[in-house]
Design a protein around this ligand. Structure first.
Ligand SMILES: *Cc1c(COP(=O)(O)O)cnc(C)c1O
Length: 394
């Protein structure tokens, strides 16, 4: 028997939901490293394959460790269903392959993960699905971009790296009025800080690689939503096309979910402190963090999120040269484009994550040459500040 934990709090569900003990009575969740399952008889094999009897057949279809991760994440997002995928990108691909057809149209925020944009422009377009891009925070632009064949609105909030915040309730009303789906990449906040489905979104996608793992070990993703679209349609694509999550990775992510709320609150507290400190530095011209009262969507972020997250962007004097000097003067911060790790990372978006954009597109997205992005880790905040101080003194 599994307890549903439906009435329990977030922290309890993060630790307990989805676990089903075997006859061994193990305390922790086991890893089922098996590709297939055996049947008691020819009759049972036929019944399983025929769909007359529920149960495991093959790990591309179902795996108990993966299922535990899916049920726990669904519980945390307040959803009927979740399906786990091999990466965040395959979560996004699977969602669109399952739910859209040739001739359909997507309206997307222009401030999305670079590879997602490549997926839309280079690959989905080959199959007759076109995408138009709008400013994340301009509701009127979203409305104007919707066409009769628009099937989905897609966004990330807060955006990367500028920390712009979308009004999820307003966009969900817009999506409903035009009979299209609101799909939210909830990578930056995770359900610990923001639950888009409760604000009217239809589907949430995740790169579990980031905060859900939280310790930089595994690649994975998930699609979360209702039992029909996610539990049947997206699942149907996954079991056929095969970008499923490995049981070992599912176990790692399960353990990540157990500490997710603690970690997200700690990342957020350190990031707020660091943003306030950066804002005081003479060589910093601007800090982009929704926790600061001067942020244009500070009030919206306060309503929509329980904390402001672990990502900060800021601009230094001296353009690219000034930014690179700062990066190179740090002694132990990790120079890497990854985020959502216990280890603090520093990136120069204009020459890395956003380097492939044209100068014009970068300017449109607000990404200047002097801008840096920090994913604030769980080290002592005094030490993070001291390492950045080396760079700011240059
Ligand atoms: C990293 C990332 C992805 C892609 O996830 P992978 O696990 O690397 O495939 C998608 N969206 C956002 C916001 C990301 O940061």
């Amino acid at each position: 028997m599994t307890h549903s934990y439906k009435e329990q709090g977030f922290a309890t569900r993060a630790v307990r939901a989805g676990q089903q003990r075997t006859h061994e009575n193990e305390h922790a969740e086991p890893i089922f490293l098996t590709s297939s399952y055996v049947f008691d008889s020819a009759e049972q094999a036929a019944a399983r394959f025929g769909g007359d009897e529920p149960g495991n057949i093959y790990s591309r279809f179902t795996n108990p460790t993966v299922r535990t991760f899916e049920q726990r994440l669904a519980s945390l997002e307040g959803a009927e269903s979740a399906v786990a995928t091999s990466s965040g990108m395959s979560a996004i691909l699977s969602t669109f392959m399952a739910l859209l057809s040739a001739g359909d149209h997507i309206v997307s925020s222009r401030s999305i993960f670079g590879t997602t944009r490549v997926l839309f422009d280079k690959y989905l377009s080959k199959f007759g699905v076109e995408t138009d891009y709008v400013s994340l925070t301009n509701l009127e632009a979203w409305q104007q971009a919707i066409k009769p064949n628009t099937k989905a609105l897609f966004l990330e909030t807060p955006s990367n790296p500028m920390n712009e915040i979308a009004d999820l309730a307003a966009l969900s009303a817009l999506a409903k009025a035009h009979d299209c789906l609101l799909i939210v990449d909830n990578c930056f906040c995770t359900p610990a800080l923001q639950q888009p489905l409760a604000l009217g979104a239809d589907i949430v996608v995740h790169s579990a690689t980031k905060y859900i793992d939280g310790q930089g070990r595994c690649i994975g993703g998930a699609v979360v939503g209702d039992a029909q679209r996610v539990g049947e349609d997206v699942y149907g694509f996954l079991r056929t096309a095969g970008p499923t999550m490995s049981p070992f990775n599912a176990w790692t992510f399960l353990k990540g979910l157990e500490t997710l709320e603690l970690r997200m609150n700690a990342h957020s507290a350190s990031a707020l402190q660091l943003a306030q400190w950066l804002d005081q530095q003479p060589n910093v011209t601007h800090v982009f963090y929704a926790g600061l009262p001067n942020h244009p969507q500070h009030e919206l972020a306060k309503q929509q999120q329980s904390a402001f997250g672990g990502i900060i962007a800021f601009e230094v004097k001296g353009g690219k040269e000034g930014a690179w000097k700062l990066v190179n003067a740090t002694q132990w911060l990790s120079i890497t484009a990854n985020l959502g790790d216990t280890k603090t990372t520093i990136t120069h978006p204009a020459t890395t994550t956003h380097g492939r954009l044209t100068e014009e597109a970068r300017a449109e997205a607000g990404i200047t040459d002097g801008m840096l992005r920090i994913s604030v880790g769980l080290e002592s905040i005094e030490d993070i500040q001291a390492d950045l101080q080396h760079g700011l003194d240059q």
